[in-house]
Design a protein around this ligand. Structure first.
Ligand SMILES: [Ca+2]
Length: 219
């Protein structure tokens, strides 16, 4: 009995170490507070700012015991002619200079197949000027979407699997004062149920000339 307890404890420690938030991304990473959603740091202390249907959840976790859930409730669509859908999320904001280059990574999971062609979870980077005007990014200038977004977790994604998401490099336009980084679930699907995506283990890197290639890569 004692031996099995020891084995269990050892197994727990190994899992804990593997699952710990990455500290190995380099000095330019870990800009985020509570990147693994375990601390629930208050927004006015630099933690996540939540909007619409968003909450810290213990239902699924890639690290620790919690993740961030962003949900949609798109069945409200048919009842409000002017309401075209739902976007829920969480974000943090940091100072940023024009020309600075950033990359946001993380993991997302859907516990069931998402309904609808326009229901998806993404990570997103946007830049703003000192007046709060959305400047988009250099890479997305002139495009339909101002922000630089990662690939999606959507109706085609594997279920109950943490899927790696990566915005790639987003460069700050002229006039940039701040960067905002998001977890986001967009639901314009008109499906008849609540659905959403869980996010965990985000990483934000500011790239510079001294950054070694691959420095922002996940473990
Ligand atoms: Ca976590």
């Amino acid at each position: 009995m004692k031996n099995s307890n020891i084995i269990s404890i050892c197994a727990f420690l190994i899992v804990s170490l593997i699952g710990a938030p990455s500290q190995a991304l380099g000095e330019n990473s870990d800009r985020l507070k509570d990147a693994g959603f375990e601390l629930q740091t208050a927004a006015d202390e630099g933690g996540w700012k939540l909007f619409e249907i968003s909450l810290f959840s213990k239902n699924h976790a890639r690290s620790g015991s919690q993740s961030m859930f962003n949900g949609g409730f798109s069945r409200t669509v048919p009842f409000q002619a002017t309401f075209v859908g739902n976007a829920s999320g969480a974000y943090q904001e940091f100072p940023a200079k024009a020309g600075s280059r950033w990359r946001l990574t993380g993991y997302a999971l859907t516990p069931e197949t998402l309904e609808g062609a326009t229901a998806f979870g993404v990570l997103q980077i946007s830049f703003f000027d000192a007046n709060g005007k959305d400047l988009g990014t250099v890479e997305t200038a002139g495009g339909a979407t101002k922000a630089k977004t990662s690939s999606q977790v959507n109706r085609l994604s594997s279920v109950n699997e943490w899927i790696f998401l990566d915005t790639g490099v987003a460069t700050a336009p002229e006039g940039t004062a701040t960067i905002q980084v998001f977890t986001l679930f967009v639901d314009f699907s008109g499906s008849s149920r609540t659905q959403g995506v869980y996010f965990d283990d985000l990483g934000l890197c500011e790239l510079n000339e001294s950054s070694a290639p691959g420095r922002c890569d996940p473990e």
